[in-house]
Every structure is written in C-alpha cells, then in structure tokens.
Design a protein around this ligand. Structure first.
Ligand code: GLU
Length: 448
C-alpha cells in the first residue's frame, strides 16, 4: 500500500505557521514512507476563495521546499460530490431541512434554558411531502443534514492513541447549504476516499469532525465499492512562548511575511518539525534529514510551543552552516559577493541574510566609524604594518598593547569601533584584512 497524504488548505487567506505545520508534517511523513503528498485546494467556498490566495499558497509551499505529487481543486470536483450526496439521499442519510437560521437559534435558546444540550432536534425528519412542498412554495430552499448514527465512533490515533467521539451528543451536520454549496465535510471525505488517502494528518481542532467524518466514510463505502478508513493523526495546536494561545501577531503571521522578514525556509521547517516533539530544537541540514526523524510517537499531548526567539536562533543557525557555494547567488543578487573569506567571516554574526549588506559596506565602502581617543588611534595608525596581511592583526595589536599599555577590552574595543563603527561583530583578524590597509589607515586617521 502506497502511503498517500494530503494538505487541504482553504484559499480564503494566506497560510500561516499552523497550516504550514500541517503541510510540513504531512510532507515529511510521505517522504519518510516513500509515499505521495497531495495538495488539495479546499475552495468549495467560492465566495471567499481567491485565485490570488491559491497562488500564494503554492508560492509559500514551493519556497519552503514542500513540493507536491498531485494537485486538485475541490471547486472542479462538484460532480462527484453531487453523486455522493445523491447516494446519501437515496439511503436516507442526507435529509432536507427548511429551518431558517433564526428559527434554529430560537430552538437552541429554548433547549439551553431548559438545561438541554443545544443539539438539532431532527424535526425535519418528520416533515411530510406536503409540508416540504409548502415550504418550497414559500420560496424556501432546503439545506441538507447528514443523519448521524448516534454512537461512539472510535479510532486509534497516531498521536492521541485510542480516541472516541460520541456522535449522540452532536447535531446532524449540515453538508449542503440552501444555496446548494457543499460545506467542507462532504467533499473532504469524498476526496479522501476517491484519492485513496491513507493517512489524515491535521490539527486536533478536527477531532470532533473526525467522529462525523468516519460515519460519512462508512455511509459512502457502498457507493465507492469499499472505502477503507484512513489512519488519523491529530497534532496538538501551536501555543505561544508563554504556553498560552498564539498571540494575534504571531498567529496571523503569514509565510510570505516571514519570507519578507528574512527568515530562512529551513529555519521555519526545522522549528515547525521539532516543536511539540521529544527531539531537540535544532537546525536540520535538509528536509530529508527532518523526514528521516519524523515519528508520531515523538509527538505528545503537550502543546507545540511556537517561540519566535527560538525561530530566530534557528535562523542564525541556518546562516552559520551555509557554505559560500550556497550563499553565492544570493550575495550576487544583493551585489555583495565579496568572496569566500568575506562570507565565512561574517556569517557567524548574521541573524538575517540581508545583514550582509551592512558588513559589505563596512568592508568595501566609506563608513562612519567611531574614534573615542584620538591619541590611541594615532598610535595605532603609526604602528600599522605597511603590508597588512591575513595574519597581521595579532602582531599589530600586540605592538599597540606594548606601546599604550591597553589590553583586553580597552585594547580591542576602540579598534573595533574605529575600524567598523560597531561595538560587536565578526572576528577582527579576518575582518581587518578584508577592510585592508588603506581603509584602516583612513579610518584611524579620521581623528586627525
Ligand atoms: N481546509 C481544512 C482546514 O484547513 C482542511 C482540514 C483537513 O485537513 O481535513 O482546516
């Protein structure tokens, strides 16, 4: 049996960390099992879905390296949903209801005031043909509910272990709205069957849905000539650094926003693959390495902590382990390819790739530097070797130390400030060599 999983985003907005985690874990699982990853655009809501959002989802997934083997739009598959709905109607599992939203609301309030659960009372099941015809004559259109068996639906979840959902406590779900639109549930099950999805991996906000969906799987089995249930895995939801729900800012932060902010795809994927698991939070060298380590038994019931500081730490880690060959094209694109030594020297100090521009300016251009002690700078200038090489820094600073008596921070900080204008930065031995004698002299002479 070939493993086949799906990521089913709704193109009603941009995808953010929570969606991407679902996409990523599906992708990694498929990779590890040598299976297939399906991108299924859940655009049944024609009014709220846009082509622009759909394109952005694709851009984001590709940027993250999450390519798909098959791709579908649910909006192009209404025929098969209609046939499945007809089969359910013929079996009496899908029934017409004519209540308006206001009527349903009133009934719920009455139930609640009597201390009863606000479950749909199935009044529509008792409508006679004449009553239905009267509603239709009034111009009312039916919405269609799926008649639940009302039982304990059980499954073995790859993350949560044995799960049960009692569908007696649930309202019969509406599968088709009065305007004829299919809500998410039916297309999702029909496609999972038709596309032979073997594993449904998604957030735990779908646990209750799974109860209903399993009943729909069973109800459609005959229509499809057998519909084996997929295996389910429901992952805990993301929480913020404080363990509370994700802040609005983070929760709604789109992947395109992260891309614009200079986050590396591998930092995002490493972070999302590891949070909520027993593995250490560290940068992986590739998605393949993450896939190798993917294992639902490492996921607990503990929430996955989405901490932006951790993400930034991983981002720096990605840059630190990036070779010059990998960085070259991006350096060129920013017109700051100053060679391998430059890249290797500055990369330990980068938080974001774009910061290379600032270091390139320090190496290549005239930048404002800081001289706090003109006498010290003059002495350093006087002792500056004529031929400033890759190894000159230690001999030069030793000579300055002898001449001025300054040592440690008092020796190195004024030089760093004079040469770079910054109190922190890369190794000065390599950096000063990259800056070169001429500019060093000019920067020290700025006090004159
Ligand atoms: N479009 C649904 C969502 O984004 C898909 C859920 C599912 O994976 O079944 O929540």
């Amino acid at each position: 049996m070939t493993v086949k999983v799906r990521f089913a985003p709704s193109p009603t907005g941009r995808i953010h960390a929570g969606n991407v985690r679902a996409a990523l874990i599906n992708w990694l699982f498929a990779k590890k099992q040598q299976g297939l990853f399906v991108l299924r655009i859940d655009d049944t809501d024609l009014e709220r879905s846009t082509k622009e959002n759909e394109d952005l989802i694709e851009t984001d997934l590709k940027w993250l390296g999450l390519n798909w083997d098959e791709r579908y739009n649910q909006s192009k598959r209404f025929d098969i949903y209609q046939k499945a709905a007809d089969a359910l109607k013929a079996d009496g599992r899908l029934y017409a209801c004519y209540e308006t939203a206001d009527e349903l609301d009133r009934r719920r309030k009455v139930q609640l005031s009597r201390g009863l659960p606000p479950v749909y009372d199935r009044a529509a099941l008792n409508l006679t043909e004449a009553e239905k015809a009267a509603f239709e004559a009034e111009g009312r259109k039916p919405h269609w509910r799926f008649k639940l068996d009302g039982k304990r639906v059980a499954w073995e979840d790859l993350v949560r272990g044995h799960c049960e959902v009692d569908t007696t406590s649930m309202s019969d779900p509406v599968l088709i709205r009065e305007d004829g639109a299919f809500l998410y549930t039916l297309p999702s099950v029909v496609d999972d069957i038709d596309m032979k999805i073997t594993h449904v991996i998604r957030g735990e906000d779908h646990v209750a849905n799974t109860g209903t969906q399993i009943e729909i799987f069973e109800a459609l089995s005959a229509f499809f000539g057998g519909a084996p249930l997929p295996t389910f895995a429901h992952m805990t939801l993301l929480v913020g650094a404080d363990g509370e729900g994700l802040s609005k800012r983070l929760g709604s932060m789109s992947i395109s926003q992260m891309r614009e902010d200079g986050l590396e795809p591998l930092a995002i994927t490493s972070h999302l693959a590891k949070i909520g698991t027993s593995d250490p939070l560290e940068v992986a060298s590739s998605l393949e390495v993450l896939a190798e380590a993917q294992d639902f038994t490492k996921m607990g019931r503990a929430p996955a902590r989405y901490d932006f500081d951790d993400l930034m730490r991983l981002n720096a880690g990605v840059l630190q382990s990036m070779s010059y060959a990998e960085a070259k094209l991006r350096l060129e694109a920013l017109s700051v390819d100053l060679g391998e030594l430059f890249w290797d020297t500055i990369k330990p100090n980068l938080h974001k790739f774009a910061e290379v521009v600032e270091w390139a300016a320090i190496v290549r251009d005239d930048v404002a530097t800081v001289i706090e002690d003109a006498g010290f700078a003059a002495k350093a200038l006087e002792l500056l070797p004529d031929d400033y090489g890759r190894d000159s820094w230690s001999a030069w600073t030793a000579a300055i130390k002898d001449a001025t008596g300054a040592k440690g921070k008092a020796l190195f900080m004024p030089l760093r400030l004079a040469l770079t204008g910054k109190p922190h930065g890369p190794d000065m031995g390599a950096l000063s060599f990259l800056i070169g004698r001429e500019k060093i002299a000019k920067r020290l002479g700025a006090s004159a």
